[in-house]
Design a protein. Sequence first.
Length: 284
Amino acid sequence: MTGKQSPSKSNKVDVKVNKGKPQNQAGKQPQIQQKSQQLPVIPNKDFLHRINYSYQAAIFLQNLGEVSGSGSKTKTEPQTTRNKSTEVRVKIDRKGKNKAVEVDVDGGSVNAGDEERARAFRRLARTGMKDMRGMSVHNQLKLDPSLKRSICATCSAVLIPGLSSRIRNRPSRNTINKSNTTCLTCLTTLSIPTPPIATLSRSEHGLDGPIRSAKRKKAMKRGKIAFHNVEKGEIGLSADDGPVVRQGEKSHVMWKGDEKVVGWGVMSTLVGSTAGDENTTPPE
């Protein structure tokens, strides 16, 4: 009886083990797929959504203020007169920085209601951007430089070129050019260096230009001949810059044991296809 019962127990154990293996494997596969399908975690995602909404809302309100106040403008009145009005007054705080202060303007014109409504829209846009900047500083958020430059640092107005800001390029002694962005609300100017971007030229002179390239070649002729130009002249090739070495003139020779090395240097691949190796004995 004992001999008959032992195989049955072993079979039961094997069946349990075999049944458990596919269940564990099937349970692990969905977990691996779920981990692979998960998106990367974005830190401070709720703050970034709030900044995006505040920025778009400020642009909408500021544009709404421009459209609402455009009906009270006359044809002879310039476009930037309303932007340069005394809505915002700039003063220096105790830290020595410029600070914008809202000024209440008495509406004595015929369309005072439209002007007051447009002024309220623009003020609400500046207040929203001011709160957004304070929130980003308080939570230590890293914003894009282009976003920070599009907001006036003094009055917190959104700088839209041609509508709420004026951009002029001016010469600079250090960076050749600089971009001056003037806010039409508080007349504060932000200067950003804009050095020229070097681009590859297809001309034979390159970035030096024809005059400087000629001076450089003239100076190279007075100096020492470059070794790769000497090697080209020895084989009979024309040099790029500087003096041209004629064929047969004395030049630099490299020896590898008893074998004379020909075609070393910059033009090694070209020389190998045009000239063969010359086996001579080294000079005594």
